[in-house]
Design a binder for this molecule. Structure first.
Ligand code: C5P
Length: 420
């Protein structure tokens, strides 16, 4: 919400059927606090009327380069200058061709030529038009001129054909726009993240697991990506779409997660390219000693004993490997999570000491609004100086953003309180 407040978007709408979907983009941006001025090509108004754009954006529609009612007739220059970001959606083949060649014979193209700041283009058209060498040439030219592209997606198109040419989703366009405008304190940094539960199979049908949804890890991934970091996310079985721009590795069991994380750690260690390892996954502490190859039958028995053995502790292992590699340095920063049910702070302190991490995020699952399956969290953060910070009840995305701020400070403060 905060981020978009008072941000000005100039939304250029090209003349394609996807113009109809842009109404949701306007609603989405406005609901988060942005101001949206719509500039339509003449063809765009054949799909959506100026009155509709006006009603949804709550502002006058701009479509005429030669509007005699405008003082000084400089609408295209004013719109190009005042916007924090120009979004073109849909960016049609025609509009991109005009841009690539510097044509400016209507308000939309004139405004785009007058624009000096960032432009985000979300193309949408028939697949043959998108794949045509002329369009691809124009896209290359525009990318070289600094235009950032979002999509197109592949799928079934309005014309009935299948292929690349669908307008990116509203969420993807808004998130890409946000990333263009955000500061990038973690640019060039690499973060390794685990999230979600693990599943330990008993037989082909059953498994041991926990209620972790992965949302906390997703919130951290999103914040890290917004801050410009590269994110590798190793996650167990979750029902969440991959965070935009993250490299994701899906695993099932704790041992698979261990192998994936240790491999990545070693690769990065060799090239010294890892800046932080954040272990949010709710890794199953135990797994069945033996996995039955066939479904275990009841056979009239009234009970079943399951023998379990301990899984490797990934966080503990990372702490050990870092200590062995360079005892004096806290790099990569290691962050652990502790989900407790009572005496959370005391147990958290013990865990922090044992697992040798730099930050430990503790939540008490018995507290309202904290823990598994909910969108919020109430956490206490311990740092390597022994300090503790109690954070108020927040969304998991907000906890993620604040944790990434804390890690950024650790990574960028060179001496004393920082990571050396
Ligand atoms: O000891 P406990 O499971 O409470 O520790 C939680 C922290 O340790 C979390 O950061 C979790 O991701 C990590 N962990 C791990 N491997 C395990 C168990 C926990 O990385 N096998």
């Amino acid at each position: 919400m905060q981020f978009w407040l008072n941000k000005e978007i100039a939304l250029v709408v090209g003349g394609g059927i996807a113009a109809c979907r842009v109404l949701d983009l306007i609603r989405g941006l406005k609901s988060q606090g942005a101001g949206v001025s719509v500039i339509g090509t003449p063809a765009a108004t054949r799909f959506v009327t100026p009155l509709t754009f006006q009603a949804i954006s709550g502002r006058p529609f701009h479509g005429d380069l030669f509007d005699p009612t405008l003082e000084g007739g400089m609408d295209h220059i004013r719109l190009a200058r005042e916007a924090d970001l120009v979004i073109i959606a849909p960016a049609t083949a025609d509009l991109m061709a005009k841009m690539a060649h510097g044509l400016a014979n209507d308000l939309a193209s004139a405004m785009l030529l007058a624009r000096k700041g960032p432009i985000l283009a979300a193309p949408a058209m028939n697949v043959a038009m998108w794949e045509h060498p002329a369009t691809q040439r124009n896209v290359t030219t525009l990318a070289r001129d600094g235009v950032i592209f979002c999509g197109p997606d592949s799928g079934s198109l309005a014309c009935g054909e299948e292929g690349a040419g669908r307008l990116a989703t509203v969420d993807t366009i808004i998130e890409t726009a946000r990333r263009l405008l955000e500061a990038k304190p973690l640019a060039g940094r690499q973060i390794l993240l685990t999230a979600g539960p693990t599943r330990e199979e008993i037989d082909p049908v059953r498994y041991v697991s926990n209620h972790s949804s992965g949302r906390m890890g997703w919130g951290i991934a999103l914040a890290a990506l917004r801050a410009g970091a590269r994110v590798t996310l190793v996650h167990g079985p979750v029902h969440l779409p991959p965070p935009l721009g993250a490299q994701t590795i899906a695993v099932t069991s704790a041992r698979e997660m261990y192998t994936a994380v240790i491999d990545l750690w070693e690769q990065h260690h060799a090239s010294q390219t890892l800046d932080a390892a954040i272990m949010t996954a709710a890794v199953a502490d135990f797994r069945p000693v033996a996995r039955s190859p066939e479904k275990i039958k009841k056979n009239g028995s009234s009970s079943l004993s399951l023998e379990l053995e301990a899984n490797p502790d990934i966080l503990l292992e990372l702490g050990k490997r870092r200590l062995a590699a360079n005892p004096d340095r806290r790099q990569p920063v290691i962050v652990g999570f502790a989900a407790e049910t009572g005496a959370a702070l005391k147990r958290g302190r013990e865990k922090m000491a044992r697992k040798k991490c730099d930050l430990l995020v503790i939540n008490d699952l018995l507290e309202e609004g904290a823990g598994f399956g909910v969108a919020t969290n109430r956490v206490t953060v311990l740092n390597h100086l022994g300090q503790e910070e109690v954070w108020p009840l927040m969304s998991k995305d907000a906890v993620g953003a604040r944790l990434i701020q804390t890690i950024t400070t650790l990574l960028t403060t060179p001496v004393n309180g920082g990571v050396t």
